[in-house]
Design a protein around this ligand. Structure first.
Ligand code: HEM
Length: 425
């Protein structure tokens, strides 16, 4: 390679040329000088114009120009600043769009903004849209790669391959209809306790809801005694984990998500990494001690102290999970349930206050089906269609996780003439 025209036997245009191995064609290095030289000859001008035309046509036909609408970003950083300030979500221009698109430091992010888009992409095209994005802080550091809701089917970064399949199988077995029947008595007891607490102290609604969901889940997961208060130490720690993890998973929370090489910075130069590792140790201790506590004194048959931890442990021959994986599985279920359920109960109460006519109709249904001499049981549920419909409407009207958990795409795709590219979040 050089400025020697004879190299590669090429036409002399004064440009650097070389012949690639296995090719008889010269390869031109299109430096600015070279383009100028090409352009100043007549044939060269035609070549340059032709190239320019190809570039322009390719630019306008490029799928990258057909990404869904979104807020305008800045050069280089794209929409990184919009991830923190979510005002754009409410802009008139975007509010009605099915799908919105952002790009933050090269990370494409899609927001699905309608039932139509969500069911088309997450449901019908689930094979492309069901992976989880890589969450370095929330999953790999703070959760030690053990939070099963954020695992991927073929997670090559996961030291224990197959963890996704094993964890899901175990969770499924612990949550089948038959398995859940074991916990009906706990749910009934907590229902009665909640009702009497609400009657005794109606001003502390949220505290009652939080205590009820925490107590229910601690009993179901760990055979924990009924909680007197939502301020029990283990519960506060588990809630602290949920807050820490979800805060870290929020788009834009940590730069390392956009610049993964930062993961290699030693802890002493990266406070975020030090704090993440410290928190993993803290939450790992919490989940392992709760799990081990559930197994203490466990009947070898498992029938005396039923709990999800106990049944996952009994199945460990089948599910092949390590003790630590099982402990994190139970911890993940606590996190998945506690806040979502108590928040939904709060919205339910608000809806009943805001719509007294609906409350009245629900009450009539309850009086007709159950009467006033006993509390409702699970066998009454199929005979209470109006109340079931209200529950579904609350979940639709005020979903406890409006942004859901992030999904990730595994392939480029086309949707309504738009181009959601692969590895979008
Ligand atoms: C009102 C209550 C609840 C709400 C609003 C809620 C909402 C959600 C949402 C939006 C997701 C993300 C789904 C996705 O990635 O596409 C999710 C995942 C999950 N939820 Fe719930 N949930 C609730 C209650 C529960 C309960 C009671 C359990 C278990 C006993 C549970 C266990 C899970 C698990 C294990 C996942 C992760 C699933 C996976 O990654 O495959 N959730 N939940």
């Amino acid at each position: 390679m050089g400025r020697n025209p004879s190299v590669g036997g090429s036409v002399h245009l004064g440009c650097d040329t070389t012949v690639l191995p296995g090719s008889s064609f010269p390869y031109y290095h299109l430096s600015p000088d070279c383009v100028w030289e090409l352009a100043t000859t007549r044939g060269g001008l035609a070549v340059v114009l032709g190239l320019a035309l190809i570039i322009v046509v390719r630019y306008f036909r490029s799928p990258w120009r057909r990404v869904p609408p979104g807020p305008r970003g800045l050069p280089l950083i794209g929409n990184a600043s919009e991830l923190r300030d979510k005002v754009w979500l409410f802009s008139q221009r975007l509010q009605t769009k099915d799908v919105m698109y952002l790009s933050a430091l090269g990370q494409p992010i899609l927001f699905l903004n309608s039932l139509k888009a969500a069911s088309e992409l997450l449901d019908r095209r689930g094979t492309i849209y069901s992976a989880r994005p890589r969450l370095i802080m929330a999953q790999e550091i703070i959760s030690g790669g053990l939070l099963f809701g954020f695992l991927n089917v073929d997670d090559t970064k996961c030291l224990a391959r197959g963890r996704w399949r094993r964890s899901r199988r175990a969770a499924h077995q612990g949550l089948t209809k038959a398995a859940v029947r074991n916990y009906h008595s706990i749910l009934r007891k907590e229902g009665v306790l909640l009702t009497s607490a609400l009657l005794a102290d109606p001003g502390a609604l949220e505290k009652h809801f939080e205590r009820t969901t925490a107590s229910t889940m601690m009993s179901i997961l760990y055979d924990y005694p009924t909680l007197r208060s939502e301020n029990e130490k283990s519960v506060k720690e588990a809630v602290a984990y949920a807050d820490r993890m979800s805060g870290s998973a929020a788009p834009g929370a940590y730069l390392v998500e956009l610049l993964p090489w930062m993961l290699h910075i030693p802890e002493r130069f990266a406070r975020w990494k030090y704090e993440g590792n410290r928190d993993f140790t803290r939450f790992n201790t919490l989940f392992e001690s709760l799990f081990n506590r559930a197994l203490v004194g466990m009947d070898p048959e498992g029938s005396e102290r039923p709990s999800i931890s106990a049944s996952v442990f009994e199945d460990s021959g089948d599910n092949q999970l390590s003790r630590q994986e099982m402990a994190w599985l139970a911890g993940a279920l606590f996190v998945a349930v506690a806040e979502t359920t108590s928040t939904t109960m709060s919205w339910w109460t608000l809806a009943m206050i805001a719509h007294p006519e609906v409350q009245k109709r629900a009450h009539i249904e309850l009086d007709t089906v159950v009467g006033r001499s006993r509390t409702p049981t699970f066998s009454d549920a199929p005979n209470l269609p109006y109340i079931q419909a209200i529950v579904k409407e609350i979940l639709r009207w005020r979903p406890a996780l409006p942004f859901s958990l992030p999904h990730s795409t595994t392939e480029d795709d086309w949707y309504n003439g738009m181009f959601p590219e692969s590895h979008a979040m």
